[in-house]
Each structure stands twice: as C-alpha cells, then as structure tokens.
Ligand binder design. Structure first.
Ligand SMILES: [Zn+2]
Length: 122
C-alpha cells in the first residue's frame, strides 16, 4: 500500500515535526523561523509556513513539505518518510487499512526501524 501523501501533509503539524529534529522555531506573523538544520546556520534562516505546510531555507535552498523535510533529514525516500510520519503518530493512521494492508505496513515499518538501527550503529 502507499501512504496517502495528501492526507499526511494535511494532518501533520509541520512545526512539531521540525522541532522534533532539534530546530527551535520562533513565530513571526504567519511564519516560523529557526536555525536551518540542513546547513551550518548562524542566523535563523529556515522559514516554516504552517498554513501551507511548507518549509524553505534561502541559505541552502532546502525547501518542500513536511514529508520532504523528514526525507531530507533522514536520508530516506519520500515514501519512507511518509510511513515514518504515520508510524510515529504525527499523522493519524488511515482508518481504511484492512488486515492484509496492515500486516504489509507493519513489515515495512520494521524494515525502516531496522534500517534506522543499522545507521545509528555505524
Ligand atoms: Zn539551510
């Protein structure tokens, strides 16, 4: 099964996700700014716009939605990032999953989690 990217983008709190990677965000009007975690950022140049669910850094050119943020940060594909967001509860799980899909989903999840362990051990 494929994760529902649109649903994840709609339901995931991008501010929470970005902050979960150690970026402290400060609100400025409709945007949030913080030190970019994709380059050595001395001044806060990462801009997050929760209304649109997008982030952008003029300093290093990193930009995209919450899934692309996680994918870039973790060095994984968009699909894996989407699954990760669902698995960590950042995006509510799709209620329509049937049992077989759920099994496949869990297997995929374990694979990703094992992958994480391998990366951490290096
Ligand atoms: Zn940057």
């Amino acid at each position: 099964m494929n994760p529902d990217f649109d649903q994840i983008k709609r339901t995931t709190d991008i501010i929470r996700v970005v902050e979960s990677y150690g970026v402290k965000l400060k609100r400025t009007g409709r945007n949030y700014v913080g030190r970019c975690c994709f380059h050595d950022d001395k001044n806060p140049s990462l801009i997050v716009t929760p209304d649109k669910g997008l982030f952008h850094c003029p300093g290093c050119g990193a930009a995209g939605n919450v899934i692309q943020f996680v994918a870039r940060k973790e060095g994984i594909s968009d699909r894996e990032a989407a699954l990760k967001l669902v698995s960590t509860g950042e995006s509510p799980r799709d209620q329509k999953l049937d049992v077989a899909e759920h099994a496949a989903y869990t297997a995929m999840l374990n694979m990703i989690l094992n992958l994480d362990e391998v990366i951490t051990k290096e």
